[in-house]
Structure formats: structure tokens, C-alpha cells
Design a protein around this ligand. Structure first.
Ligand code: HAM
Length: 473
């Protein structure tokens, strides 16, 4: 009897191989490419150059710090720490965080390395990437770049003035127009508590009309009430008590002196009674610098920017809130800072280390009206286009490139190309004043042909004499 055939289900044919998803940067983060890389580098070099002339020295601290460094300094109840910090546990179960700002890590380093024993003030500058998990929008990214500087070990008002001057000067030197310093004093441990009491009493009267954030702020961090950007809360802000009336004598004197320095330096400022800043470590002076631009200038600039959003949904949400926050955007600060006399103790120092500093937001500055990118030192306009033809010549190329480097002659080339015509075409396009051709014959004679692209004259030059030749010509 014929065996009954068992029916096997045919395996389903895989019609299409699963397509690998294209990977992109995380939302709110981006690559620095091409000219933009050099723009940032040029800015950092320019800012560092100015900072060095003003007596600051460089420092670099880790991008990752113990979470506590920020929780104890920036403040656990601040948006930066509570909502925006990239904090996680390592495999060894340490709690760490990507730095959302620079001051806390640098103070940690100052204490850790006993810089108190150095002549004071210790003046340090730094730059690099910082991370805050904010909703990406105009002027706000999740990875952004800052140039900052700190003066440790001085409580003198002249240090506050120097910090403001340096921030202002760097912005001015890169072409930013109509700069204005918004400045305030938020007092110290002596006088601030009485102000906070008054502020809380005032806001309590309006508690039912406040936004949900402000209701929380009233409980956990009343000074932040002054920071609220909500339109409805802005009305209450107008009539809120001003801290200046509560400042103790030393704080009042300190503020007066800082303003006198600004007057002497003819730096435009506005006292902003609602300026409190989003970090808890400040005492006395707080400031931000804005560029007061015409409304249409802001919009033009905004239009030129690309959106960081990676989904349609995000884009829609961003647009809506962008409109709502248009007022806020116009006054986005390019840089900000202030005094932080209590931070050292919060980070475990046995001694008080009064200090003051500021940081500039490079992403915002490079997009601000008037910004003119300083050329970085590393960018060298090529003076020579180097062409090689033939296998022997390709081997010899390294010798020629090195001879040109030793003679400090910047070059362009396309070493992977083989034909003369392809390389000549590229040289013509690049509009470089000279070309150097290394053929088989020249390679055998340890020489190259140097052609002047303007006059079309050319001569053979020994490789060993390339430097000398270009010095003469
Ligand atoms: P900050 O005001 O938080 O201060 O940041 C300084 C600057 O960084 C801002 O004025 C802004 O230009 C830029 N910035 C901040 N967040 C973003 C973001 N999400 N996207 C783009 N740019 C941003 C500090 O960080 C303090 N550590 C400054 C300081 C130094 N205080 C004393 N010493």
C-alpha cells in the first residue's frame, strides 16, 4: 500500500529581507561637520586667546561626573537636575551623569586637587560639549557647546566685573551686535531668606491662578517663580516684590561696585529684578547677556535653522510650542553666569571658596546676527595641488608630501586618483596657485615639476629643494 503522504507546510518564502534601519544621531544631538566644525574651532580658539590674555588658564574635566556633583551644586529641585540630566548607573552600580554644565565639575576639580594652596584667584577656562535632555527647539539642543571660565578664591566685586567684561568682550569680538547685560543680585544667606518669605507670601495670594509648575515652585524653590515664562504668571511677576529692597548692606555694596565697574567700562546693562537663573548655586551677582535684535532679524535667523526633530509628531509639537514661546526666544541668552560663594562647601570643601564665572552658549552665538566666524589656526589655504602619475610616483608621493610639510607649504591632493587629466581637472577647480606634478621620470630623478597656474610656466625642482624654491617664489 502506498504510504500516505504527510503534508508538510511549505516554509514561507522570505519575500524581502528585513531592511536595516538607517541610524541617525539621537534627537537633539548632531554631528559637527565641514565648515561648521571649523566655525566652532575658530570660536574656541578666539575665546581661549582672549581668556589667556585676561589671565585664565585652560582646564579639562571629564564629561561624565558622579551624579552627586550636580545634585549637590546645581540643585536637586532644578529643572536641569530633576528633569534634564542624563543620569544612569554604571555596570559597577555607580550613579553618574553627563555634565549638564561646567562649573560644578571644575569646582570639584579645584577642591580635589587642593588648588586652594595656589596663589588666588585661580582662573580657569574650558570648553566642550554639555548635555541636557530638553525638548529640542530653536536655541535649545540636547548636546550643546559652551565656552566658560571661572575665578576661584575671591569675593571681590572686581572679579564679577571681569567675568562680565570677558563674556561681553568675546561676544563683541566675534561680531555680535547690540549686546546688553541683564544683571541682578539674589543676595546671600543673610538677606535672601527674608526676601523668599515675602515672595512666597505674595504668590500664595495668587496660588489658584498660577501654572502647575509655579505651584510646585512655591513649595520647593520659590526663587524659580521669577523664572516662569508662562504668560499668565508673567502678570504676577510684574508686581512681585523686588529683591533689591531686601539686600543686606554687604550685598548692596557689592552690586553697586559691580555696576560702577560696568559704567566705567561703558558696558550697557539693565537691572532685571526677575533674573534668578536656573541653577541653585548662585549668590549675589547673576547676569545674562542678550543681543537685542530687531524682531525680523530673529525670525530670519530662525528660518535658516534646521529642525532637530526626528518624527512628524515631534515636529508638530515643537511648532506649537515654538509659537507659544516666541517671546522667550527673542531674548535667549548667549551667555550667563554669576557668583557662587557657597558652592565649595556644598561639594565638601572645609573652607569657603568664593567664586564667580560664566559660560557662553556657542550654538546660539554662531547663529546670532552679526556673528563672523574666526578662522581657526589649523585651517590652511592650500598653496599647492599635488599630482602624481604612475605606480613609482605614487610610492614617492609620501616623500614629496613630507618635504612640503617640512617646508610648511599647505597642499591639496587626490592621492587615490591615477590619471593626470582627473587630477588636473580637480586642481583647476580648486583654483590653487601652483601644482606639483610627480611623474615616473621625475620620481626616478628625485624631482618634481612645479607649474605656476597663473603664468603657466613650469620648471623641474629637486625634491630636496622644494622648500627653498617656494621661499624664493
Ligand atoms: P547656563 O545659563 O545654564 O549657565 O548656560 C550658559 C549658556 O549656555 C546659556 O546662556 C546658553 O547660551 C547656553 N545653553 C544652555 N542650555 C542650552 C541648550 N540646551 N542648548 C543650547 N545652548 C544652551 C551655566 O551653564 C553655568 N555653568 C554658567 C556659569 C559658569 N555660572 C558660573 N560659572
Amino acid at each position: 500500500m502506498p504510504r500516505k503522504k504527510t503534508l508538510h507546510k511549505k516554509p514561507e518564502k522570505k519575500t524581502r529581507a528585513k531592511k536595516a534601519a538607517t541610524l541617525t544621531t539621537p534627537r537633539g544631538m548632531r554631528d559637527l561637520l565641514h565648515n561648521e566644525y571649523f566655525t566652532y574651532q575658530g570660536f574656541f580658539e578666539k575665546a581661549a586667546d582672549i581668556a589667556l590674555y585676561y589671565g585664565f588658564q585652560p582646564i579639562e574635566t571629564p564629561i561624565l561626573e558622579k551624579e552627586e556633583v550636580f545634585a549637590r551644586s546645581v540643585g536637586e529641585e532644578t529643572d536641569i537636575v530633576a528633569k534634564e540630566m542624563y543620569a544612569f548607573s554604571t555596570k559597577g552600580r555607580d550613579r553618574v551623569a553627563l555634565r549638564p554644565e561646567g562649573t560644578a565639575g571644575i569646582m570639584r576639580s579645584y577642591i580635589e586637587h587642593g588648588m586652594l594652596s595656589l596663589p588666588q584667584p585661580v582662573m580657569l577656562y574650558y570648553h566642550g560639549p554639555f548635555f541636557r535632555h530638553e525638548r529640542p527647539q530653536h536655541g535649545r539642543a540636547r548636546q550643546f557647546w559652551q565656552f566658560g571660565f571661572e575665578m576661584f578664591g575671591t569675593d571681590q566685586s572686581v572679579a564679577d566685573a571681569l567675568t562680565i567684561k570677558l563674556t561681553h568682550l568675546i561676544l563683541e569680538e566675534v561680531g555680535i551686535k547690540n549686546l546688553c547685560v541683564l544683571i541682578n543680585s539674589i543676595g546671600d544667606d543673610q538677606c535672601r531668606p527674608a526676601y523668599i518669605k515675602e515672595l512666597v507670601a505674595y504668590y500664595r495670594k495668587h496660588i489658584n491662578k498660577l501654572c502647575t509648575h509655579c505651584r510646585k515652585r512655591l513649595r520647593v524653590n520659590p526663587l524659580r517663580l521669577l523664572d516662569c515664562k508662562n504668560k499668565h504668571c508673567a502678570d504676577f511677576k510684574k508686581d512681585a516684590p523686588e529683591i533689591v529692597g531686601f539686600l543686606c548692606e554687604p550685598c548692596k555694596r557689592h552690586l553697586k561696585e559691580v555696576l560702577e565697574y560696568l559704567d566705567t567700562m561703558e558696558i550697557a546693562y539693565q537691572i532685571d529684578h526677575t533674573l534668578a537663573r536656573g541653577l541653585d548655586y548662585y549668590t549675589r551677582t547673576v547676569f545674562e547677556i542678550v543681543s537685542q535684535v530687531e524682531k525680523n532679524e530673529v525670525n530670519e535667523n530662525k528660518d535658516a535653522e534646521s529642525s532637530d526633530s526626528d518624527t512628524q509628531k515631534d515636529q508638530g509639537a515643537d511648532k506649537k510650542t515654538d509659537q507659544k514661546e516666541a517671546v522667550e526666544e527673542e531674548s535667549l541668552s548667549l551667555g550667563g553666569g554669576g557668583r557662587y560663594d557657597n558652592l565649595a562647601r556644598a561639594l565638601g570643601s572645609k573652607r569657603d571658596i568664593p567664586a564667580v564665572g560664566a559660560a557662553i552658549g556657542v550654538d546660539r552665538v554662531t547663529k546670532a546676527p552679526g556673528f563672523s566666524a574666526p578662522t581657526p589656526r589649523v585651517v590652511k589655504r592650500p598653496k599647492v595641488y599635488f599630482i602624481q602619475v604612475g605606480a613609482g610616483a605614487k610610492f614617492k608621493s609620501f616623500e614629496v608630501i613630507e618635504a612640503l610639510r617640512m617646508a610648511r607649504i599647505p597642499i591639496a591632493h587626490s592621492i587615490s586618483k591615477d590619471t593626470l587629466s582627473a587630477q588636473l581637472g580637480m586642481a583647476e577647480k580648486a583654483k590653487i596657485p601652483h601644482i606639483i606634478i610627480l611623474g615616473q621620470k621625475e620620481a626616478n630623478e628625485d624631482a618634481v615639476i612645479v607649474r605656476n597656474m597663473t603664468t603657466r610656466s613650469q620648471e623641474t625642482v629637486p625634491i630636496a629643494k622644494i622648500g627653498e624654491y617656494f621661499k624664493k617664489h
